[in-house]
Design a protein around this ligand. Sequence first.
Ligand code: AGP
Length: 614
Amino acid sequence: MCGIIGYVGRRAAGPILLEGLQRLEYRGYDSAGIAVVDRDGAIEVLKRRGKLAQLTNSIGVMPNGGSGIGHTRWATHGEPSDRNAHPHTSSAGEVVVVQNGIVENHRELRERLAQAGVRCESDTDTEVIPQLIALALQRGLDFSAALRETLDQINGANAVVAVWRREPERIYAARRGSAGGIVIGFGEDEMFVASDLAALLPHTTQVHHLEDGDIAVVGVDGVSVSSRGEPPRQPQPTEVGLDPVAVAKGSYRHFMLKEIHEQPRALSDTIRGRARLSPPTVLADELTISDDLLRAISRVLIIGMGTSLHAAMIGRWWIEQLGGVAADFDNAAEFRYREPLLGPGVLVVSITQSGETIDTLGAMREAEQRWQSPQLTICNVPGSEATRIAEHVIHLRCGPEIGVASTKTFTASLAALYLLACRIGRARGRLSEAELADRLDALLTAPSLTERGLSAGDACATVAERLRGAANLLVLGRGIEYPLAMETALKCKEISYMHAEGYAAGEMKHGPIALLDDSFPVVALAPRGPLFDKMLSAVQQVRARGAPVIAIGDEGDAELAELANHFIGVPPAPPLLSPFSLSPVVQLLAYHLAAARGLDIDQPRNLAKTVTVE
Ligand code: AGP
């Protein structure tokens, strides 16, 4: 969602802020802005609706100054416009703020400000923050106290970064709740603040994450952090191991295409060292969860949002079949507002590539605080909030995922879930040692299944060209391919803006079939497996209504190919592993559909990579 960058040091801040914002573009945004502070405290604010290039092109002379803050905004309160873009200033312009999150009680705070004679200029919830800080400063508070008092008046999870005219060589950063993290970067005679490690990587890998309730005062020579009621401390940085080179797009046209092709490596990295065949062991060295606990649980609940929820749905199959324990999945945003009846006997597994999705974090906190459920998270971002809430973590090893549409983190999450299912199954006696070895042996083929699936790229491009004019798409699957049908439809919606629905094929005749005619294409995910005949009969029902069928099935499946209008072959997968061969194909289909429609694939409209608002 929104991105934040801040800089204080000996270099010119402007270009560093703009470059940092460029690295945050992948999070999705609809306006951008920077504020640069010179040595005398003069602050210049530049902001524009639209892409960062529009802001950069609008800058005639780069403002002079060695500190500043920048922001990419994804509109929540007030339309995307120059006026609503961050940074926002107090009326006299002395306090300048960028924010991630939502000020839930902004109306009430605006009224309070109005009573004090302060008029807000923008439609945003954010603007109340600099205005309230300025009022507190007028009463003689120092900046940290004014910021803390302001945050105390605000409802909602927020990350706030501010500069003040009176202290041109300082940046203030505060974190309330989990509206995305704030990370402080340590350089030589310079310091950085960012919402996201990606913005810091060219400059430093020495970082410190702020905790909920922290306020940091960042100067050229370091940072001082105070938590409520505790004396300020100077935290030591820790080293993060992300490779800046991996952030670059390389020779691919889009990050999404690059990341689709990185899947075999991401899978190998995620499985490496975690699945050993002799003697058969799984997640042996790192999973802190005990076999006693895995034996004691009565249920596993897997939660996530979007693509991560689809991974959860597939994970349920594995945890039930291989783990031998009841398993369910839930949409994290719905879960947290239900009466889900958990308890210490329910293992809650959360999936979140970013580790910062507010719905998922909210559900995790609910499970922890209200139900004391043991928690394991599957996450791609070390140090993210999810990894700090959950006691047990399986780290994905995908490297940064930049495309808004998740691809490699999806298949890597699947690998992690399969490993977990095997571990549960072994602990509970569902899998014998030999069966575990067989299952792990099968999983070790996942990278090559995915690799071979990638070779369907040309076939996907051909089919996409034929589908580009269609208004709708129905995607059908059964069994373990049903969640993948939903994921295919999500990918098509996200990047090609085509209306697409994923359905369990058995459900089609209970309603959706009424939609079908010769203008309504249907994608059928139909590899050979226990439910293949039922898929075949669904395809026949579709054809009988004149709808064109794109069948994705096992290479050389003549029966399916003959029934379909278009056929895309994938390598036959061992039992339960078809998601690894099918995922790259459906991702490529969605990718080529968006490419054929000439769309902005890495930054689709209205979407954000990390969704830090409810
Ligand atoms: C995936 O393509 C989407 N961008 C989106 O559905 C995403 O999966 C969802 O927002 C959850 O994100 P997370 O994995 O970072 O929690």
